[in-house]
Structures are given as C-alpha cells and as structure tokens.
Design a protein around this ligand. Structure first.
Ligand SMILES: C[S@@+](CC[C@H](N)C(=O)[O-])C[C@H]1O[C@@H](n2cnc3c(N)ncnc32)[C@H](O)[C@@H]1O
Length: 321
C-alpha cells in the first residue's frame, strides 16, 4: 500500500493523535500517558504498538520501564507535513476542550513525578498555578489560612444563615468544654435557615445552633473570642442595639469580623431583598463602634471577583478594649 494511506490510518483515530501530541511535548511511560489521557493502560499500549509500527514514536527502555516520545526528527517530510495538517486544529481547539485538558493534565502528571523539583518548577514557570489547581483544587485554601488562628477560640457566627462558614470554623475553634460549652455557636432568627445549617453541621460535635436576634443575643456576657457577621448587618434597621449586644458578649480583647457591602446606590436591593442599609462607609462603622465602646482595628475593601454582580465588599475588624 502507498505509505500515505497507512499514515492516514494511523492519524485517523483521535486518541492516537492525542497520544502523539502529548508525546511531542514530553517523553512518557505508558502509565503516565494513561493518566494524562484518562484512558486504560491496555488501550494506550494497543495504540502505541500501532504508532510504533508506523514509525511515529520512539521507544526507550530504562530498567523495567519503557518511555515513548514522538519521533518527529525521524519522520520524513511527507509524514511531518501530514502531522502538521492534523495537529493544527487540535492545537487551536477551545481552552475547555479535551485537547486543552490533556496538556493541563500532562503538567500535573509531570509535576507528580519524584525527581528534580528545581528543574520541574523552572520548566512549569507561570503554569504552576494551573497545575496546582488541577492536582489539588482550591478547597484547601481557606482551611489552610484559618489554621493561622490561635487554637481554642470560642467563635459566634451571628446571622449564620445556612451555616456555610460553620464547617470551616469548627476545626479551628475550641472543642466542647467540660460542661458542654460549644466551640462555635451559629445564631440566626430564621428556622428555615437554621434547619439547613443543622443538617450541614450534624457531625460537628463542637458546633451548636441557636435561634435568636442580633439585638438580644442568646449568649452570656464576655463569652466569645471571635464574632462574625457576614452579609448580615445591612438587614438590620437599628444597628446601635446590635453593636451594644456584640460588645456585651465579646471577651476583653475579643474581635468582631464584619463583612458587608461598601456604600452603593442600588435602591432595588431595598425594594426586592429588604436591605435596610445601602452598604456602609468606614466612618459609619467607626461611629457605631464608638457608640458601643468598640474600636475599629481595620477596614479594608476587598478585591472584586470578576464573576460577581453585587457591589464591592469590605471586611472590618472591631475590637473590645
Ligand atoms: C444574607 S444572609 C447571610 C447568611 C450568612 N451569614 C452568609 O454569609 O451566607 C443574612 C442572614 O441574617 C439573618 N438575620 C437578619 N437579621 C437578623 C437579626 N436581626 N437577627 C438574627 N438574624 C438575622 C437572616 O435570617 C439571614 O439568615
């Protein structure tokens, strides 16, 4: 048969093209290729055999392992031209396509090799962020940062809603005390919210949930090291009594983290979602804190999220002297 038909046959199977494209970037063992292409090793071996017979790949033995790479330099001009025609649209495929994923996984598989890490990071350069996300996701970031908190804190999430923060706070908060004192207390006025929070925290022994109001907190005086109000204060019309209540339940030197919207002009939030305040300014926060004997330790506007549609957010740390 004329060689071009054999070559067309070899390149007619998308998986073989993905194998060659991957091997054009990195010499790999069969198992590594299988991981990059998320295919079984026998399937990869079968296609590699065909590519080997057609002269598309070069095989190198090292001990008991075999490594494959694309035989670019050994191909004749016709085969190279044909390869270019096939691989060009694959290289141009969308960033979300399986072809783009192959290369991201390739980075991950190479990164997972035990070897010379200096050489690895030199080669990966700016792509390390993608490799890290590919290998480990992003869920570890918040728990890792929360580990910076000193151990044994009693934390109150005021207006905890569905309790999204509670599983993050529980591992770094105090364990249950000898008399059953919780490490984390979630407080909200809505049963519907608390029901969801209860399910979410069912297997967290140091978390309790209480129904209550921000201006009449179901907490003893000076019992909380760290209070949190995340996206809650803009719902409360009279803020003076809330600030006084938080000052009452904080221990001396206790801290209150307030996260909310900076001042904005979206009046429709008041009409459709019952917002009582169109965000807050630093000066407004300081006046309220002063009235309750608290200090504003910091007030910082947070970087915007490109996918977010709401106003900018700030985080402020208030302290009880
Ligand atoms: C926008 S949600 C935020 C929930 C949660 N902190 C979060 O970030 O996902 C506001 C929550 O505050 C609660 N809330 C509003 N006013 C309250 C008040 N005066 N006392 C207690 N809870 C209140 C609501 O029931 C709701 O669950």
């Amino acid at each position: 048969m004329i060689a071009v038909f054999d070559r067309l046959t070899a390149l007619s199977e998308p998986l073989r093209v993905r194998i060659l494209r991957t091997l054009a970037r990195e010499e790999l063992a069969v198992g590594e290729l299988a991981r990059v292409l998320q295919t079984s090793q026998p399937t990869i071996s079968r296609h590699l055999k065909q590519l080997d017979e057609g002269g598309w790949v070069l095989k190198r033995r090292a001990g008991t392992a075999s490594y494959y790479r694309f035989a670019n330099g050994d191909l004749d001009a016709d085969a190279r031209a044909l390869w270019q025609v096939v691989v060009a649209p694959v290289d141009a495929a969308d960033a979300t396509s399986v072809y783009a994923e192959d290369l991201r996984r390739l980075d991950g598989v190479v990164a997972a090799r035990t070897g010379d890490s200096e050489e690895l990071f030199r080669r990966l350069g700016g792509r390390w962020d993608n490799v890290r996300k590919e290998l480990f996701g992003e869920n570890y970031v918040l728990p890792a940062l929360l580990a910076m908190l000193p151990p044994g804190l009693t934390i109150a999430d005021l207006g905890c809603g569905t309790g999204a923060m509670l599983p993050l706070l529980a591992p770094v908060a105090a364990n249950r005390g000898p008399n059953g004192e919780p490490g984390v207390i979630g407080i909200d006025r809505e049963d519907a919210m608390l029901d969801v929070a209860r399910e979410r925290t069912a297997d967290l022994p140091n978390v309790v949930l209480r129904r209550g109001l921000l201006d009449a907190l179901p907490l003893p005086n000076a019992s909380v090291d760290l209070a949190l109000c995340e996206l809650v204060l803009h719902h409360v019309r009279e803020l003076g009594p809330v600030f006084s209540e938080v000052a009452r339940v904080l221990k001396p030197h206790g801290r209150w983290i307030v996260l909310d919207m900076v001042e904005h002009d979206r009046q429709d939030y008041a009409d459709t979602m019952g917002h009582q305040h169109l965000g807050f300014s630093r000066a407004g926060m300081e006046a309220l804190a002063r009235g309750a004997g608290l200090g504003v330790q910091s007030w910082r506007v947070l970087p915007g999220d490109p996918l977010a549609q709401g106003p900018a957010l700030f985080v402020s740390v208030l302290t009880r002297p």
